[in-house]
Design a protein around this ligand. Structure first.
Ligand code: AMP
Ligand code: MN
Ligand code: MN
Length: 326
């Protein structure tokens, strides 16, 4: 899927002047950390860079170096030489930010989702990489782009969050070598980990309490799921970003192969989040059959319908696939 080389991408980064860097809707640590890392590195090179996400900078990642650089996209389009999509499986997952960069002459797509179809003019998709941040580390070091402590911190945050703190099976020796290099480049692991994993707002845990009240098991306890209605979220004042990672509590249960989180959205759709603990159960394939995508062990979809209808339909399908493959 790597249609282009770091060299070709590096050349474009040096040659052009005006860049927009985008990432997927409902951003995670990899999307935001990768965006900030590349933004800071290009700014260090003297480039004119805009960093946009449909949700702007999430409060919970507001401590990241350069966080103030990442904003909501403007209403009117601006002119760019290059638009760069990071960590985004399909172009439509860039959301409203796409419109603001529609005049860009060149599109670069850097990602690690196997479901990425390879949109754009320069494409680097490595489905083996555990995080887009890891690909960016390789790009920045291979192409000798600036690596400051601020760039390193954002790359470390991207890799740490997307590997579940270096736990998921796609974490390799190379990932740890990169982490070591990032520490040498200035990352303070204790400080950063505390900000990432031990600074949750109280409402997040209150949300977890409500979610656990809806927890269900099926398929001989190989499936576990819980659901979040808009009313529940409202009752604890939860922001959309508060539920990132809560699904891990289901995955952590012995015997559970597939964990599913259903979230009622305001637009009549349900956001489905799925995790698998067994390579034989490909949750990306399940989510793709509902119009979504992702990775073998972590995927998602947005499905039209009421919370209970959607959850029933999805649980049935997930149970079917789990039964056939385990
Ligand atoms: P999440 O469950 O939202 O953390 O997402 C898990 C993985 O699936 C991430 O890598 C997402 O990029 C991907 N993903 C989530 N939702 C979708 C979707 N609607 N379409 C394509 N990929 C998705
Ligand atoms: Mn992501
Ligand atoms: Mn990612």
């Amino acid at each position: 899927m790597n249609k282009n080389t770091f060299e070709a991408i590096g050349r474009a980064l040096r040659e052009y002047d005006r860049f927009a860097i985008l990432s997927h809707v409902r951003p995670d640590g990899d999307a935001l950390g990768s965006t900030l890392a590349l933004t800071l590195s290009l700014k260090e090179l003297g480039k004119d860079v805009r960093a946009w996400n449909e949700e702007g900078m999430l409060e919970k990642y507001g401590f990241l170096a350069g966080a103030e650089l990442l904003t909501l996209p403007p209403n009117a389009p601006e002119e760019f030489d290059v638009a760069i999509a990071l960590d985004t499986a399909t172009q439509n997952r860039l959301g409203k930010a796409t419109e603001a960069v529609r005049q860009a002459r060149l599109w670069i797509n850097i990602d690690h989702h196997p479901s990425n179809p390879g949109y754009g003019d320069l494409v680097y998709v490595d489905p083996i990489a555990p995080a887009t941040g890891q690909i960016l580390f390789e790009l920045i070091t291979t192409e000798k782009l600036p690596m400051t402590p601020a760039v390193a911190e954002n790359l470390y945050a991207a890799i740490s969050t997307d590997t579940g703190s270096f736990q998921y099976p796609n974490t390799t020796a190379r990932t740890f070598e990169i982490a070591a290099d990032l520490i040498r480049a200035g990352v303070n692991v204790g400080r950063l980990s505390q900000l990432l994993y031990e600074s949750y707002p109280k409402r997040r845990v209150e949300l977890l309490r409500l979610l656990l009240g809806t927890m269900q098991f099926g398929c001989d306890n190989k499936l576990a799921w819980f659901s979040l209605s808009q009313e529940m979220a409202k009752s604890v004042g939860a922001l959309p970003e508060d539920n990132e990672g809560l699904i891990d509590h289901l995955r952590a249960i012995r015997g559970v192969v597939v964990a599913i989180f259903f979230e009622e959205l305001a637009d009549g759709k349900v956001r489905v989040s799925m995790r698998s603990k067994n390579e034989a159960v490909d949750v990306c394939a399940i989510c793709q059959s509902f119009g979504g995508g992702g990775h073998t062990l972590a995927a998602g979809a947005r499905v039209r319908g009421a919370l209970n209808e959607v959850s029933q339909k999805i649980v049935e399908k997930a149970c079917d696939v789990t039964r056939r493959n385990t």
